[in-house]
Design a protein around this ligand. Structure first.
Ligand code: SF4
Ligand code: SF4
Length: 68
């Protein structure tokens, strides 16, 4: 199973990763803000992740790490 982790406080809230995910499992974390004042993103349904790393490639701030 793939695992996606986020360096949450580096996220600038552009949400490009949400658009590029083919499984649409990256969601805005509306329950919290990071140190920059943005809602970060999260994956709740990690079982659905196919480990394609499109999200990590797209992220302009290298927030996302994908492990297989
Ligand atoms: S692409 Fe990167 S900076 Fe943009 S919302 Fe996703 S994790 Fe945050
Ligand atoms: S690795 Fe692929 S499937 Fe998994 S969260 Fe990132 S874009 Fe979505």
């Amino acid at each position: 199973m793939a695992k996606v982790t986020f360096n949450e406080n580096a996220c600038k809230g552009c949400y490009l990763c949400m658009d590029v995910c083919p499984k649409k499992i990256i969601k805005k974390a509306t329950d919290r803000l990071n140190v920059k004042g943005f809602n970060p993103v999260e994956v709740l349904d990690m079982d659905q992740c196919i480990g394609c790393a499109f999200c990590a490639t797209m992220c302009p701030d290298v927030v996302i790490t994908v492990e297989k």
